[in-house]
Design a protein around this ligand. Structure first.
Ligand SMILES: Nc1ncnc2c1ncn2[C@@H]1O[C@H](COP(=O)(O)OP(=O)(O)OP(=O)(O)O)[C@@H](O)[C@H]1O
Length: 373
């Protein structure tokens, strides 16, 4: 099952049942951007989170199924939607019973989560990423891996294989086992999967730079460089295997693996100014992230034929009016169904009738998700 080459990709319907603050909510929409507006706490981000669960992973908040269960009933939740991919329509359902593991169905058939990545492509930018350039490497690595995964869905397999072998190696390290033959097989697996991981990340970084450089865009070019948090970064399978073998005694002392792509970091630079992203102004840091998301969407459109669904939480409020208008123009030029949130409908004024407007209110637990005219 694969959406294959598509000319458009958008959600036609979305229903939520007992999901976070939404007891019941349903929406029918077209391919245009969706501007969600309403007061603080109305449940706008919860709707974005619901859409994000139509792609693999734990969604925009990385929450557990249990956390997403509506209180106080806590009986489990269900999301369903019709995804239009050119002339094909996929019926997607994601649910959790009593806070248990998420179950996915595509066209009424149980499907593994990874299958969602081949049908729906969803990218997002949320306020939690605002400090991405400043905080720890883990957030940047996750951001990088999501972008990489969007280009190369098989990146998930390499990540899993790498992590599994590393977990076993770390167990040996913790038990202070120094017998070499125990390590060799695991390091071979790590090197094989790790080299694939690294190549896919490097390829994604290159694609993002090309997509930014080639575009007519109001956003600054974010140049990305991958580095290893300590020392040099082994690139090839052979280098990685040697680096792991060399690091063994140091790793035993540390009780964990100190070298490899799990320690990759990503440095961002505002290219035109040659200023590291971490030293840029708050607005510039946001603009660099918007630039990357748009580049990701443009490059993905080249691959699959249609722009991915975008989830932009509170992005409009953080951009000056010129940049905001530029963002809307670029989204519309891409033809992306961008789900955007804001407390005021006025934030979306520059979109005019190029978007559909949804007022989100939460009265008596029944969310009113009506298209506002
Ligand atoms: N599991 C849950 N059950 C019930 N309500 C929940 C649950 N999780 C979160 N909420 C409620 O959802 C609301 C937050 O929703 P959301 O973050 O979508 O708001 P928002 O409209 O984006 O607000 P803002 O404009 O402030 O960002 C809060 O009132 C919170 O208490």
């Amino acid at each position: 099952m694969n959406a294959g080459p598509v000319s458009e990709l958008f959600l036609k319907t979305l229903s939520l049942s007992h999901f976070r603050s939404h007891k019941k909510g349903a929406l029918t929409c077209d391919a245009r951007p969706v501007a969600l507006f309403g007061p603080n706490g109305a449940g706008k981000t919860n709707i974005l989170e619901a859409v994000s669960l139509f792609s693999p992973g734990r969604g925009i908040r990385r929450a557990s199924a249990e956390e997403m269960t509506r209180r106080p009933e806590a009986i489990g939740w269900k999301l369903s939607g019709l995804l239009q991919a050119s002339t094909q329509t996929f019926e997607i359902e994601v649910r959790s019973e009593n806070g248990g593991a998420r179950q996915v169905q595509i066209d009424s058939k149980a499907a593994p989560q990874v299958q969602l990545g081949r049908v729906a492509r969803v990218l997002w930018l949320i306020p939690a990423m605002d400090r991405l350039w400043i905080e720890g490497a883990e957030g940047r690595r996750r951001f990088l891996d999501r972008m990489t995964l969007s280009f190369y869905p098989e990146h998930a397999d390499a990540s899993l294989a790498y992590e599994k072998a590393m977990r076993e190696r770390n167990r040996l390290l913790k038990d202070q086992i120094s017998d070499a033959h125990w390590y060799v097989a695991l390091e071979r697996q790590m090197a094989e999967a790790g080299a694939r991981l690294h190549q896919a990340r490097e390829a994604s970084v290159e694609r993002l730079l090309d997509a930014q450089a080639a575009a007519q865009t109001a956003f600054p070019v974010a140049e990305l460089e991958l580095i290893q948090s300590e020392g040099s970064m082994p690139h090839t399978e052979a280098d990685l295997r040697d680096a792991l073998a060399e690091s063994r005694f140091r790793d035993i002392a540390a009780g964990r693996t100190l070298v490899g792509p799990h320690r990759t970091d990503m440095i961002g630079t505002y290219r035109e100014k040659a200023v590291p992203a971490k030293d840029c102004s708050t607005g510039e840091q946001k603009a660099l992230l918007v630039s990357l998301i748009l580049a990701n969407a443009r490059a993905l459109k080249e691959d699959i034929g249609a722009a991915p669904i975008l989830l932009l939480d509170e992005v409009a409020a953080h951009l000056d009016p010129d940049r905001r208008a530029a963002l809307y123009d670029e989204i519309c030029a891409l033809g992306a169904q961008a789900w955007m949130t804001g407390t005021e409908a006025g934030l979306f004024e520059a979109l005019g009738d190029r978007a559909q407007y949804v007022e989100v209110t939460d009265e008596a637990g029944i969310s009113s998700l009506s298209i506002a005219h």
